[in-house]
Design a protein around this ligand. Structure first.
Ligand SMILES: Cc1cc2nc3c(=O)[nH]c(=O)nc-3n(C[C@H](O)[C@H](O)[C@H](O)COP(=O)(O)OP(=O)(O)OC[C@H]3O[C@@H](n4cnc5c(N)ncnc54)[C@H](O)[C@@H]3O)c2cc1C
Length: 478
């Protein structure tokens, strides 16, 4: 309950003083709660995944309906308030929180409705990936989502979205059929390929720049409920052989087989033999989502490598596959990532990969290749704003350490130096959802390539004053 007026960050810098009467006006317009620091639920409302990117808003609204969202957007616009939208809070740059401003925390809108006959899922904007996977798997269906189940559907999808099903069905946005959205003028609009088609095009990759999405409708595919997958790992001493094999496996793999390669130190988990805790490993995270009768054949080249020190490959529920890496990415650590996109894995890149990890000073440092080539390459470059239709691999270095770790500067520098060495192998594109705030500001245009100018025009049409600016921002044309 907010009883006193206070200062709140303004859209164009500085502060706006809100009186208690104005706050009462906001409270009367929305059914969901208004929160300030100290209120019950505040800590969860402002908690984000990357502690290093944390900031604090002055006020949080937790909408319980599209009407609430429209009212809050209208209030922010009328008073010129800095506004942000929080889905799952997993954005690495922490863009869900408006520092000193107003944050819309969508966590009370987590409903999923599956239309089995139409093969569609209608998804609330506060859903985490696990909400959608669980609901759709009850019908043996799934859509393209990422591989850590606590990630938000909204941010992942609006930035493009990829996961174990991307090779078969494209970016998450290639499976998006429709959205309901509140735009900067407070209007509630439907956007799809026929209605507000320019807006729909921009939302398919353009992030939170165009309004607050209040419902996503995804196309579903028959998947599982049992798939074949999990983790398999070998000693890092075999890095040359494993990296070469990874290239061959991913070149020949059927679309139903997705393999990510992860160079990491063995985590102190029960499934890793104790003698490998903290030791360098070459791991593959594997998902075979096709007919289980063909799983052995598909996985044969991986098994043929022999001698794994960890082997968790098994038939398992798809929902387990989608969440088994959750524990490796706990909320509240410091995270620092640098990623690129590659069209192929050259010998030089594989050597750089081996050398970089051999030098990695960080217990929780990782180097990752995520194989995404397949369906994404079959769309025109301008089919949706997401672009990057030439990509085969999303690859990069991920640093993680606990807040206050005395070696933080060394760890961050390793990621930065690694980036310098692997950046030359990039297509020139990048994944907007993996950008950091501090040193990726100039990379947003690169992420969209030739689609960027069109994005700026759509931005100018729907958000000319850049109300939605706490994001990987697209400046309105003109
Ligand atoms: C551990 C981890 C694993 C990941 N794995 C994958 C993966 O497998 N595949 C993949 O593609 N990405 C992955 N990502 C990246 C992820 O897609 C982005 O971090 C994404 O921004 C997270 O979405 P969110 O809703 O949780 O984020 P939030 O931080 O809540 O939101 C991010 C931004 O999305 C926008 N936004 C959120 N909700 C709305 C809305 N309702 N309307 C309009 N805009 C909105 C806002 O601009 C906001 O700033 C991963 C990230 C992490 C941290």
């Amino acid at each position: 309950m907010i009883t006193k007026g206070f200062d709140i960050a303004g859209l164009k810098g500085g502060h706006v003083s809100l009186t208690s009467v104005q706050l009462e006006d906001l409270a009367s317009r929305v059914a969901g709660p208004l929160l300030q620091a100290g209120d019950e639920g505040w800590d969860d409302a402002v908690l984000i995944w990357n502690a290093m990117a944390a900031s604090v808003p002055a006020l949080v609204v937790q909408p319980t309906s599209t009407h609430d969202v429209a009212a809050a957007v209208g209030f922010a616009r009328e008073h010129g308030l800095l506004l942000s939208i929080k889905g799952g809070g997993h954005n690495i740059a922490g863009t869900s929180i408006a520092e000193g401003g107003l944050t819309l925390d969508m966590s009370r809108l987590r409903d999923v409705t599956v239309d089995r006959d139409a093969r569609l899922a209608h998804v609330g904007p506060g859903c985490l990936l696990q909400d959608v996977d669980r609901a759709t798997q009850e019908h043996g269906l799934a859509t393209v989502l990422g591989f850590v189940s606590e990630t938000g559907v909204a941010g992942l999808t609006l930035g493009g979205g990829f996961g174990y099903l991307t090779r078969r069905f494209g970016w998450a946005v290639d499976n998006l059929e429709e959205v309901e959205i509140v735009t900067a003028d407070g209007e509630i609009r439907t956007a799809n390929r026929g209605e507000n088609a320019d807006l729909f095009w921009a939302l398919r990759g353009g992030g939170g720049n165009f309004g607050v999405v209040t419902r996503f409708t995804f196309r579903l595919h028959e998947i599982g409920p049992t798939i074949y997958g999990g983790l398999i790992a070998w000693p890092f001493e075999r890095a040359d052989e494993i990296l070469q094999a990874y290239r061959t496996i991913t070149t020949e793999a059927p679309r139903e087989l997705t393999v990510f390669l992860i160079l990491l130190n063995g985590p102190p988990a029960p499934f890793v033999p104790q003698e490998w805790h903290g030791k360098r490993l070459c791991a593959m995270s594997v998902c075979y989502s096709g007919d289980l009768d063909h799983a052995d054949e598909a996985l044969a080249p991986i098994r043929a490598l022999g001698g794994p020190v960890v082997n968790l490959l098994q038939a398992q529920p798809y929902t387990q596959q989608q969440s088994y890496l959750d524990g490796t990415e706990p909320k509240g650590n410091n995270y620092y990532w640098k990623t690129e996109m590659a069209a192929s894995l050259s010998d030089d890149l594989l050597s750089v990969w081996r050398d970089l990890f051999a030098e990695c000073p960080m217990p929780e440092g990782q180097l990752v290749f995520a194989h995404v080539g397949g369906a994404v390459n079959e769309h025109d470059a301008d089919d949706g704003a997401v672009g990057n239709r030439d990509v085969q691999f999303i690859y990069g270095a991920a640093g993680a350490w606990e807040p206050n770790d005395p070696d933080a500067d060394t760890f961050r520098q390793w990621v930065r130096d690694a980036w310098k060495r692997f950046r030359p192998f990039s297509t020139g594109g990048n994944y907007v959802n993996f950008q950091l705030a501090e040193d990726d500001a100039d990379r947003t245009a690169d992420a969209y390539g030739k689609n960027y100018e069109r994005l700026q025009r759509v931005k100018a049409a729907y958000d000319p004053d850049n109300l939605f600016r706490v994001n990987r921002n697209i400046r309105p044309a003109g």
